[in-house]
Design a protein around this ligand. Structure first.
Ligand SMILES: [Zn+2]
Length: 389
């Protein structure tokens, strides 16, 4: 079995880098770049605007034809407030499971790719293979955006991409988009005994949120996309903060609106509905009481959905290499839509179960890593001149 033990050792090294999104990831990137260079890859480390953040883009094989990309994010979600049985940054092996932060999401895939790299480099590749490690996938996806801007300007766009997010090695051809917006309501503050002269930002925010609930019912009655666990575009408010005291009409209230879009739906269209309601209904009522009131919208992130209409032939090519070739759709966001938007057909397939990702005692099964290694070797064979075996 190719590299089962060595993959585990690479994963042990990868999880020891504390690459929670709020922290730098460049040490992991430099370390991985060195390994890939040693294996014969040509490496480009793209430093981000954010201090200590970088993407890795490594290539092996010819450079005059379009290649295939294997892509994964290097950052992980925080562990704070979670009850772990052991140090989340030290790999713990138990009963065929490898526990650590990022084991499933998605350093297990990165370990498989690094382990396969020398075997892939030893092949006579017909088309180049690119390995991409991105940053800040778990927060803003700025890493992949920055890399996509670079790729879009390059003379040759990769012909295909496989993102190794945890899908239990099943082929995923579509995922929802995700966008987040900060909505800030500026009210007018007076002593609450004079409430007819004040505008409570908290009460106005509540009205906007009631409208968002109505909008969800409308979305539920409209386009349905079977195959997604929740087959509709969704709107959701998960956090709100405002006001200072029970006897002051709140000057400020802020909440976060999340929009998860079906393929074919743009988050901007959905946001526009909320904005219009604010402009036409909520704000005029606020301004009738106090002219200095307002409502601001701030984008936090906006990732387009992955639309299976853009990756049919890639899905056909990858399906035979997967353990479970039937295509699936998932509701969690990935970087795939960003790559599809610049013209790179992309699918998602990787080791581990999304259900344990982001959880305490997150794990990946060694059997999943072995399946991924078989998948990567099969892909290497497919891209080789000696593709007959
Ligand atoms: Zn992930």
């Amino acid at each position: 079995m190719a590299g089962a033990r060595s993959t585990v050792e690479l994963l042990r090294r990868l999880v020891a880098f504390d690459t929670v999104s709020a922290k730098p990831n460049v040490e992991l990137i430099d370390w991985a770049a060195q390994r890939l260079e040693d294996a014969g890859f040509r490496c480009f480390v793209q430093h981000g605007d954010e201090a200590g953040k970088a993407n890795l883009f490594a290539t092996v094989g010819p450079d005059d034809v379009a290649g295939w990309m294997l892509s994964g994010h290097s950052d992980v979600v925080p562990v704070s407030g979670q009850d772990w049985s052991s140090d989340p940054f030290v790999l713990r092996e138990q009963d065929g499971r490898l526990h650590a932060r990022g084991a499933a999401d998605m350093k297990g895939f990165l370990a498989c790719v690094l382990d396969a790299a020398p075997r892939l480099a030893a092949r006579r590749l017909r088309a180049p293979l690119h390995v991409v490690f991105s940053y800040d996938e778990e927060t803003t996806m700025r890493g992949m955006r920055t890399l996509a801007a670079h790729l879009a300007d390059a003379p040759l766009l990769p012909a295909a991409c496989i993102i190794g997010e945890p899908t239990s090695m099943q082929l995923v051809v579509a995922n929802k988009g995700a966008a987040g917006y900060r909505v800030h309501v500026r009210g007018h503050s007076v002593h609450s005994s004079l409430r007819d002269r004040g505008v409570s930002a908290v009460e106005q925010a509540a009205q906007i949120i009631v409208f968002i609930g109505e909008l969800q019912r409308e979305l539920d009655a409209a386009a349905r996309h079977d195959g997604f666990e929740y087959p509709h575009t969704s709107v959701h408010v998960g956090r709100i903060e405002g006001g200072t005291a029970h006897n002051i009409t709140a000057k400020d209230c802020e909440f976060v609106l999340e929009i998860r879009t079906l393929p074919g739906v743009r988050s901007a269209e959905v946001l526009e509905r909320v904005r219009r309601h604010c402009d036409e209904v909520v704000l005029p009522a606020m301004r009738r009481i106090a002219a200095d009131t307002s409502i601001f919208f701030d984008e936090i992130f906006d990732t387009p959905p992955l639309d299976e209409r853009g990756n049919r032939s890639l899905a056909q090519a990858v399906a035979p290499l997967c353990e479970h070739p039937e295509a699936r759709r998932v509701s969690f966001g990935t970087e795939a839509g960003i790559l599809q938007a610049i013209g790179i057909p992309t699918v998602v397939c990787g080791p581990g179960d999304i259900a344990v990702a982001h959880q305490p005692d997150e794990y990946v099964e060694t059997a999943q890593l072995e399946r991924c290694s078989v998948f990567l070797d099969a892909l290497g064979r497919r891209l080789s001149e000696d593709a007959r075996d």
